[in-house]
Write a protein that binds this ligand. Sequence first.
Ligand code: HEC
Ligand code: HEC
Length: 371
Amino acid sequence: MNDGRVVRRQRLAICLMVMVLPTIVSIGSGSPQEPASPTTLVAPKLPIDTLPATTTLMRNQPPLGLTTLPRDNAANPLTAAKVDLGRRLFFDPILSQDESVSCASCHQPSHGLASPDALAIGIGGKQGRRNAPSLFNRGYGKLHFWDGRAATLEEQSLQPISNPDEMGNDLARILQRLQDHAEYPRVFAEAFGDPETGAPAINDERLAAALAAFQRCLVIGDSPVDRFRAADVKELSMEARQGLWIFESRGRCWQCHAGDNFSDEQFHNTGVSFGSATRDSGRAEITHDPQDRYRFKTPSLRGVAETAPYMHDGSAKTLEDVVEFYNRGGAANDPELSPLIRPLNLSAEERRYLVQFLRALSPTKEQTPVP
Ligand code: HEC
Ligand code: HEC
């Protein structure tokens, strides 16, 4: 592919539909128009790994709708052993201070790898200040977090561990804990191909590399929208087709949710949280540029039906709420609003079409892998 040097490198990807399907089933049992009740959505604090036993599938091709696979980090080539290690760590609460929270607590397999809580809840029930986004297709991202403060998934991966509101651990302590564990030293040594020197197999760089390698495999595509675009016209309902048309024309959505992954990877102020006394300044916290005030990263829309609530502050409970928000032009009085956000004057019917389109961005059921 894009790295001809490593002839034997094989691309790996996780079978995703096994993760996505339970959500489709649970959502399908209620009316899609009704906001899901929070009590039915609260997942176990420590979600179990519902990935198939064959953890990684060879993937030499991107799924339909994406033209490439995520770019490998040359310093962290994907191997099955490393991806498996990252996956194990992702589900293991050992990374949190009191061993009560794993990455999957907030990035839940049954919730599109996002969280049903508006604001993330970490160790000891501490509430963070932002919504936990989906981790699908992060391998395509240029910058990570809502404010783009991490440039690579490797850099990103260690931050939740030391964040006092998330996993609350100090890195030296967690490395020691892993080093003292009955199995991790051996698993790390194997994953990183160590010769038998007896040197410690675990360090921060390797912990980050394994978590990042796993996350780079979390790829989704092949939605009804992709099938429709690939000329399989009947795959997309008439309503969703109307929605696609609105998305690409009067809705103006494509201006930011652009490209294969429905994100321009830029930062915009859409007016979310306008008027709140504690408004999060977003990208400006990192760049210190007043122009970046209240700007947040454009999220991908793939699999968005599974990940409610929405926006960096979790303020939109449903996709209907999101579409209403854009229809009224975000926050019309916000002096720093992006000029791309304006009232859309969509009829109730057109708003419904747009929601149907957004729902059609999840993988089709036919992708279910053979267990
Ligand atoms: C307590 C909840 C919580 C836990 C635990 C947690 N995260 Fe997150 N995660 C979040 C929140 C909230 C954000 C958004 C934070 C922000 O943008 O400032 C986020 C953002 C991310 C992002 C960036 C996504 C994007 O769209 O840019 C990645 C990747 C990620 N987390 C991976 C992980 C990994 C790996 C772990 C375990 C080591 C983990 N998270 C543990 C809540 C959590
Ligand atoms: C000016 C760029 C821009 C335009 C135009 C735009 N969006 Fe967004 N979109 C964003 C940004 C940035 C966010 C995150 C905002 C935040 O949380 O503060 C977002 C968030 C979303 C979300 C929530 C996703 C999540 O995971 O939380 C959905 C759904 C969405 N947009 C759909 C649409 C639709 C539908 C349209 C057209 C009606 C549209 N967007 C137009 C930039 C844009």
